[in-house]
Design a protein around this ligand. Structure first.
Ligand code: 3EB
Length: 282
């Protein structure tokens, strides 16, 4: 995905504990005693439903066999996310394969549902990055939004299997993973065609997820935010930046990427991490 704006950013996950690298069965990974970070990339000649079913099957088999069976956070990237393929949008096909893999591997939708993002990349294979834990995270939903796993059938034959956020505790403090968040209230896209208004609603939704995490036990102290903002077109960058800075100040780190969003009427999506003081992100 093209990086927008000035500067370059790297995402590096550091551990003070020993790290074991482990690549097998189509999964590349590194883990410490607490969490496992992994990646699956799949070039598949069949349908995207099949590809996502296979990719997620590999993820679940891998984390189950290593004892990190709790998916905490997932990033999903694949090209042409809004293109119809034999009568069904590729994002919806992806959702079907993912949902079926969750069920096939014994996951309970609405209980074992991680925080996630799903974006359209320029090119390349279906890529799934994930963070899994020995311990389960705490799911966080947004009272302003219908839970994605309860979206009605108008958005596709299988609803997206993610929670609005997950909260995890580690030795270094509480860490909230905020899923890709868009200008959706209830289950409906707000302000089609208006990036500034979508950005405003998105930021309100992020605020609501953070508020729910405080209800769920995350300490309400001055924490640190890091965001990744995906925008469909570079023209929308100022609007997204304005909305984020108005709400969170200009101190928070944000990486801006150009990507397609999984509903055609969505112009942007913002994900984030929120760390209690003393915790990550580093
Ligand atoms: C939404 O709220 C916007 O399918 O994994 C956001 C985050 C979205 C994750 C996913 C989709 C996903 O429905 C789209």
């Amino acid at each position: 995905m093209p990086v927008l704006g000035a500067g370059t950013m790297f995402e590096v996950w550091l551990s003070e504990e020993p790290v074991i690298r482990d690549a097998a069965d189509g999964v590349a990974s590194a883990r410490n005693d607490e969490v496992l970070f992994g990646c699956v990339q799949l070039e598949h000649p069949g349908s995207l439903d099949e590809a996502s079913y296979i990719a997620y099957g590999r993820v679940f088999d891998f984390i189950d066999s290593r004892g990190y069976s709790n998916l905490l956070r997932v990033w999903n990237y694949f090209p042409q996310i809004n293109r119809d393929a034999e009568g069904l949008e590729r994002y919806r096909r992806f959702c079907r394969g993912r949902h079926d893999a969750f069920c096939a591997k014994g996951r309970i939708i609405g209980e074992d549902t991680p925080a996630a993002s799903a974006l359209g990349s320029r090119a390349g294979p279906l890529t799934v990055y994930f963070l899994a834990g020995k311990a389960a995270g705490e799911r966080v939903e947004n009272p302003r939004q219908t839970s994605a796993y309860h979206y009605p059938a108008q958005y596709g034959p299988r609803s997206p299997t993610f929670s609005r956020g997950t909260l995890m505790w580690s030795d270094s403090g509480a860490l909230l993973f905020i899923s890709g968040t868009a200008g959706i209230v209830g289950h409906e896209t707000q302000h089609p065609g208006d990036a500034a208004e979508q950005a405003r609603v998105t930021v309100e939704n992020i605020r609501a997820v953070v508020a729910q995490a405080h209800v769920g036990g995350m300490p309400d102290r001055s924490g640190k935010f890091a965001f990744k903002a995906y925008v469909r077109h570079p023209d929308y960058l100022p609007a997204v930046r304005d909305a984020l800075e108005k709400c969170f100040g200009d101190g928070c780190e944000t990486l801006y990427l150009q990507a397609d969003i999984c509903r055609r009427d969505l112009l942007l999506e913002i994900e984030g991490m929120y760390a209690d003081e003393g915790g990550a992100p580093g």
